[in-house]
Design a protein around this ligand. Structure first.
Ligand code: SF4
Length: 448
């Protein structure tokens, strides 16, 4: 149960020493309750109070780290049911399923494809995070061989078997990579939970519906297992969606501790139709699945899902923005064109991409428009002549180019006259409205 500011205040030393950089212990308690201060900022909290406060301050859904190194990811720690209430925290991780009954070539090709599924979009890297290696052969040698291949990819690993003996064998191969063990059931919890506890590894609990999942989670907690991931065990759209919503609601609204863990779904086990599988994954990502496992590594399937994750997990109250400055596209020199646009990430990456594809080295000036796109920024007074002129005059671009020509986006052609007056030494050119027309525009510009 979350503590109020007054509850927290009762646990503080009440000396008002000010070392936390706040004037009173009450002010500190209020900030702590609001999540704007950290407990470590007060050096005088007793160990007993620390324990109580740390427990109360813990997120209602535990954060669980899977993997090690570059593709390690953290999942869980969500605080809200709906993105617009605050924001979603740790992006859903997408994994790819590999069976140890596949041929060496098939496994190798799928591992390579999954490792290559990586795209840069608006300054962020989107990528497959995990390989789920399933033991379908029942043969430890084959299981370990598939895990060896998966291990070489550098992705996080989820060994999949309900046989604790085989899982023990798997840990001989990937135990040092902080793998996500999948999975403990009512039948094997003691043995599988024992393995996870011994090595401090994250563990998937697979129920047979919500009641058995809650029961399993309570038993796992009694074993002092902490890094848990919940699989309701449902394998159809209706039941899985209902379970995902109930788990999230149970954790956040009812503060029901057994559901206070991230969730995993396996659309790959719900259908043989790859298109329907993609649709299922899209739905589960939108409704609270923290990890999603797909049967295929094909990029046409993954890229839209990754974009969905990116869209859902960005902060809705903070527009994505790039730094305001002049960017060199290619290797621009004193004769290269000069363009300006706004610092909304999507605008910047689309415009810079088109300038790059024109193969004409250019200077691209990005004006601070508080992360708004061209027309929105113009309407809000953030991309207007005096702001643009100030940016140009303080950017140093005049020292880098011999000419005095600036291209503004076609969508704000109406400001060219006023900008002319603000920048009397510069000639204001109006570029195309659509970014896709930039290459032709630039080619025409440099050819005179
Ligand atoms: S550092 Fe601790 S004791 Fe001092 S004012 Fe802050 S909360 Fe109170």
């Amino acid at each position: 149960m979350a503590l109020s500011g007054l509850d927290i205040f009762k646990l503080l030393p009440k000396t008002n020493c000010g070392e936390c950089k706040l004037p009173t212990c009450l002010a500190f308690a209020m900030k702590l309750a609001g999540g704007q201060a950290k407990l470590e900022d007060c050096p005088y909290v007793s160990d007993e109070a620390k324990e109580t406060l740390a427990e109360a301050a813990a997120p209602p859904i535990r954060g669980v780290v899977v993997g090690k190194g570059d593709r390690e990811f953290k999942t869980g720690e969500e605080l809200v049911m709906f993105r617009h209430e605050k924001r979603f925290i740790n992006p859903a991780a997408i994994g790819v399923l590999i069976s140890d009954t596949m041929s060496d070539e098939e496994i190798g090709a799928k591992v390579d494809e999954a490792a290559k599924d990586s795209w840069e979009r608006v300054g962020q890297q989107l990528e497959v995070k995990m390989l789920a290696v399933k033991c379908e052969s029942g043969d430890a040698v084959k299981f370990k061989a598939a895990l060896e291949k998966a291990k070489a990819s550098g992705l996080s690993i989820m060994p999949m078997t309900e046989d604790a003996g085989l899982m023990g064998e798997a840990l001989g191969v990937v135990g040092d990579l902080n793998p996500l063990l999948c999975c403990a059931t009512a039948a094997n919890l003691e043995a599988m939970g024992g393995l996870a506890k011994e090595k401090g590894l994250p563990l998937v609990l697979k129920g047979e519906g919500l009641d058995s999942l809650a029961d399993l989670a309570e038993k796992a907690e009694a074993m002092e297992l902490k890094n848990l991931v919940l699989d309701p065990g449902t394998r159809n759209l209706k039941e899985t969606l209902e379970a995902l919503i109930a788990i999230r609601r149970g954790a956040l609204t009812a503060k029901y501790k057994p559901f206070g863990y991230p969730t995993i779904t396996l659309p790959c086990e719900e259908t043989d139709d790859i298109f329907f599988e993609g649709a299922l994954a899209g739905i589960y990502i939108a409704k609270y699945s923290d990890i999603v496992v797909m049967s295929s590594a094909e990029s046409w399937l993954h890229y839209p899902l990754q974009v969905e994750v990116q869209n859902i997990y960005t902060d809705p109250q903070k527009p994505m923005a790039v730094d305001s400055k002049f960017y060199e596209i290619g290797s621009p020199g004193p004769d290269s064109p000069v363009l300006v646009t706004t610092n909304f990430s999507l605008t910047y990456f689309i415009v810079s991409g088109e300038v790059e594809s024109s193969k004409i080295d250019s200077w691209l000036g990005v004006v601070d428009s508080e992360g708004q796109s061209v027309l929105t920024a113009w309407a809000a007074g953030k991309f207007v002549p005096d702001v643009i002129a100030k940016f140009i005059n303080t950017s140093g671009i005049a020292d880098k180019v011999k000419h005095r020509k600036i291209t503004i986006p076609g969508y704000v052609a109406q400001i060219s006259g006023e900008l002319d007056e603000e920048l009397p030494d510069w000639e204001i050119l109006v570029g195309p409205r659509e970014a896709g027309d930039i290459p032709t525009y630039l080619r025409n510009l440099v050819s005179g």
